[in-house]
Design a binder for this molecule. Structure first.
Ligand code: NAD
Length: 491
């Protein structure tokens, strides 16, 4: 496949920069595209364009604003394979993952279109007989910084409702997936006829990301920030935003537990564990990263799990059976392999995987894992299943909560009441009984607690995140001032 040369999208125009950076295909190691290496000035220009376009955008009648999002959804469906190809080639995703992501994202745009009618305020009773209103208004310019693992879905989740409620947006996709996570989305909105400046995409390499990122947070015109990515970077983003008293919604890393209780349906447990751990090579924020299984059923679970894991194929990602793609880059692969080898040195048993060819890491199963190991405590973001056995519900809950993270969780049990009771005891933003931790829908409040982030994306939560609440009153003569302040009526 030939190399593609891209431009950035600022103020409705395609712009090049002095230098480009290379977008690699992680499966082949080859160069896939050349991308503009934007800098602080480009970010500034995009923010200025957004600020200029925003008032008219916010004043536009609701159905018109909604219509752009509906059109973008339709165009995405028509151009599905352009996105799927980019998700495979620059993102290292299996074709089934690309089909899922491109099938899901139009729903994000359509749910956002409906949000134009959900900027709902309140009329409050007033002590003074005023008309007392609570209204919502857009933040102005919202910047969106997104990761590479589900680039189309996660960029769209950050920007769609922000646009719908009347903000203008500047998006900076990850340097690993600038096309599927940004430039193709700009093409959608351009074709939909979105007014210039309402949506902008700035791309840059790792060399410029500190500067570009800083501008996107600290520029005084920026009213709010949507960040999805690692805890380390998200913490810096939230700190900068906090210092400037700006709203920031930060969705960060995870170390999600799948708890398999003694009365679990075994097939359900095996399916949830296999999908939850290995979908997209474990590179999902809410991947199953710890399997906590009751000792009474652990032997059967481990034997059947390892048997299944050994059947997961790697290979040409355009073929359906090859469900395991490459790790996104060498840095990530080294981190994964480091955690696995260290765990084995510390006494963990390797029952599958633990090896790699190029960036393709074999699905890996570890038993005899202890809570002190890094593979139990730190996010792995790879195809690794650390298994730990426990006795009873209390031990399982305590172990699941023994984490700096708190994104999602899964609980497998035939007793639904017990499952919900465990869900309530877990320190996570999300919990799923009889399913894996990997679940999302466009309208739900997605997000975590502890080091997994602050704020929620999706549906009503996104409206809250990307608007300001204001109190506006209309005085009608009922408010009395102290007599010394009051003038005598004229005449
Ligand atoms: P990352 O933090 O390295 O990068 C995320 C984004 O931040 C990228 O666009 C990157 O260019 C940008 N960035 C890097 N340095 C920056 C800086 N100094 N200032 C501003 N922006 C900067 O994360 P990643 O490797 O792209 O993604 C993987 C991580 O994201 C994992 O930890 C994963 O758990 C997390 N994640 C979380 C969610 C969620 O919803 N909670 C979803 C997907 C991924």
């Amino acid at each position: 496949m030939g190399k593609n040369v891209y431009k950035m999208y600022i103020n409705g125009e395609w712009a090049s920069t002095k230098a480009n950076f290379t977008d690699y295909n992680p499966a082949s190691g080859g160069i896939w595209a050349e991308i503009p290496d934007g800098d602080r000035d480009d970010a500034k220009k995009a923010i200025e364009a957004a600020a200029a376009a925003q008032p008219e955008w916010a004043a536009m009648p609701h159905p018109q604003r909604a219509n752009y999002l509906l059109k973008a959804a339709d165009i995405l469906e028509r151009r599905q394979m352009d996105f799927v190809n980019a998700l495979i080639d620059e993102g290292g995703g299996w074709i089934g993952k690309g089909m899922f992501e491109t099938g899901y994202t139009p729903g994000i745009f359509r749910a956002a279109a409906a949000a134009v009618y959900q900027m709902i305020g309140e009329i409050l009773p007033s002590d003074h007989g005023k008309v007392s209103m609570v209204v919502r208004q857009p933040l102005g310019v919202v910047t969106v910084i997104s990761p590479w693992n589900f680039p189309l879905l996660l960029s769209s989740r950050g920007l769609a409702v922000a646009l719908a409620v009347g903000n203008a947006v500047v998006l900076k996709p990850s340097e690993e997936t600038p096309v599927s996570g940004g430039l193709l989305i700009a093409e959608l909105f351009e074709e939909a006829g979105l007014p210039a400046g309402v949506f902008n995409v700035v791309t840059c390499s790792r060399n410029h990301v500190a500067d570009v990122g800083d501008e996107m947070i600290t520029n005084p015109t920026v009213g709010g920030i949507s960040f999805t990515g690692s805890t380390a970077v998200g913490r810096q983003v939230a700190a900068k935003a906090g210092e400037m008293l700006k709203k920031a919604c930060v969705e960060l890393g995870g170390k999600d537990a799948l708890i398999i209780l003694d009365d679990a349906d075994m097939e359900r447990a095996l399916n949830a564990a296999t999908f939850g751990t290995f979908m997209h090579q474990g590179q999902i924020c809410m991947s199953v990263e710890r399997i906590i299984v009751d000792e009474s059923i652990a032997d059967e679970f481990i034997e059947r799990f390892v048997e299944k894991v050994k059947t997961l194929n790697t290979g040409d990602l355009r073929e359906m059976p090859n469900v395991i793609g490459p790790i996104i880059n060498q840095r990530q692969l080294d981190k994964i392999h480091g955690q696995v080898t260290e765990a084995v040195e510390q006494g963990a048993k390797l029952l599958a995987g633990g090896t790699h060819e190029g960036l393709f890491y074999r699905p890996t199963v570890l038993t005899n894992v202890t809570p002190k190991m890094r593979v139990f405590q730190e996010e792995t973001f790879g195809p690794v299943a650390p298994i730990i056995t426990v006795k009873g519900v209390d031990e399982a809950v305590a172990l699941a909560n023994d984490s700096q993270y708190g994104l999602s969780a899964g609980i497998i049990t035939r007793d639904e009441e017990k499952g919900l009771a465990v869900a309530r005891r877990l320190q996570t933003g999300m919990a799923h009984v009889n399913c894996s931790s990997v679940n999302d829908e466009p309208h739900i409040p997605f997000g975590g607690v502890k080091n997994s982030g602050v704020g929620r994306h999706g549906g009503k939560a996104s409206i809250e995140a990307f608007t300001e609440t204001r109190w506006v009153t209309l005085e009608r003569g009922g408010r009395h001032f102290p007599p010394p302040f009051v003038v005598a009526p004229k005449g």
